[in-house]
Design a protein around this ligand. Structure first.
Ligand code: NDP
Length: 282
């Protein structure tokens, strides 16, 4: 298996859309130059997937970079997300329309429900199915859904989500949710894959990284890709964007993977979807 950043690893979603397994996240990235530069540097470095959201308030800058970078739109994969206060049938339809307007695009490649809200799930998903059949979202999926939330969705859905984007890093490996995703053929995509930088001084990661002449961040991203997990590291720093994209020319051994597996402490940095006041309670 050979991968270079010009031919990044991809997966076929069950909507028959090909999705890069690696991309750039743009949470906490200001609209304007900051996001436009980050997206431009990433695409120049070979990234083909950009992960934004309506709530990040930087879709306009993402769109500007995608239009000006010189890579055809159809070779790029753009994800955006439906924010909580716009869940519901008509509001979700209007929300994607507004996102497309800000992005300056005719379609997104992936539209995700950002967080599960039990009372709105059925209507929001019906809207996403319609948006997909209308060609406005090539693939549709969810984020922050756990097993019971996926079960509730699958009970009503005509189309299964293709992706479930969840917090996942060496200290939160999410084996239960990954197993639920696998059961439904859903690709797991890791958010905060680097634990927002808070795991990069870990001794195990540094030992593995030094032996390979790479960084701890590269070890984490490679571990996710080798585990079949899509990943969207964020950086606004050109050198780090390049570094985080350079994860296709080395691999981790079984021993390396076992050492990282032992780092799972269940430590989250974001909210637990199970605790959301409007979320799902069993
Ligand atoms: P990440 O785990 O990607 O970490 C980003 C932080 O790590 C930044 O502070 C960045 O600094 C730093 N960093 C990046 N690369 C390196 C490196 N090579 N060496 C040292 N430090 C580095 O955090 P995010 O929370 O941003 O998660 C990634 C993406 O996931 C988001 O951008 C967003 O797209 C998505 N996400 C989705 C959520 C959801 O609910 N669906 C929730 C949270 C995130 P700097 O930028 O200054 O270089």
């Amino acid at each position: 298996m050979k991968h270079t950043m010009n031919h990044p690893m991809t997966t076929m979603l069950h909507d028959t859309v090909e999705m890069p397994m690696h991309g750039l996240g743009v949470f906490q990235t200001s609209d304007g130059d900051e996001v436009t530069n980050a997206v431009t540097w990433a695409i120049e470095a070979g990234y083909r997937l950009i992960d934004t959201a309506a709530i990040y308030r930087n879709e306009a800058g993402v769109g500007e970079a995608v239009r000006s970078v010189g890579v055809p739109r159809e070779e790029l994969f753009v994800t955006t997300k439906l924010w909580n206060d716009e869940q519901g049938y008509e509001s979700a339809i209007a929300a994607l329309d507004a996102s497309l307007e800000r992005l300056g695009m005719d379609y997104v490649d992936l539209y995700l429900i950002h967080w599960p809200i039990a009372s709105k799930l059925s209507d929001s998903w019906r809207a996403l199915e319609e948006l997909q059949s209308d060609g406005l979202a090539r693939a549709i999926g969810v984020s922050n859904f756990h097993g019971p939330q996926l079960d509730a969705l699958m009970a009503e859905a005509s189309v299964a989500p293709s992706v479930n984007q969840i917090e996942l890093h060496p200290n939160l490996q999410q084996r239960t949710v990954v197993a639920a995703n696998d059961r439904f053929g859903i690709i797991t995509q890791a958010w905060s894959p680097l634990k927002q930088g808070r795991v990069l001084r870990d001794e195990t990661l540094i030992r593995i990284a030094e032996a390979k002449g790479v960084s701890a961040a590269q070890v984490i991203l490679r571990w996710q890709l080798q585990s079949g997990i899509a990943t969207i590291p964020k950086s606004v720093t050109k050198e780090r964007i390049i570094e985080n994209g350079d994860v296709f020319t080395f691999s981790l051994s079984e021993d390396d993977l076992a050492a990282i597996a032992a780092m799972d402490s269940g430590d989250r940095i974001g909210p637990n979807p199970d605790d959301h006041p409007e979320g799902f309670k069993d």
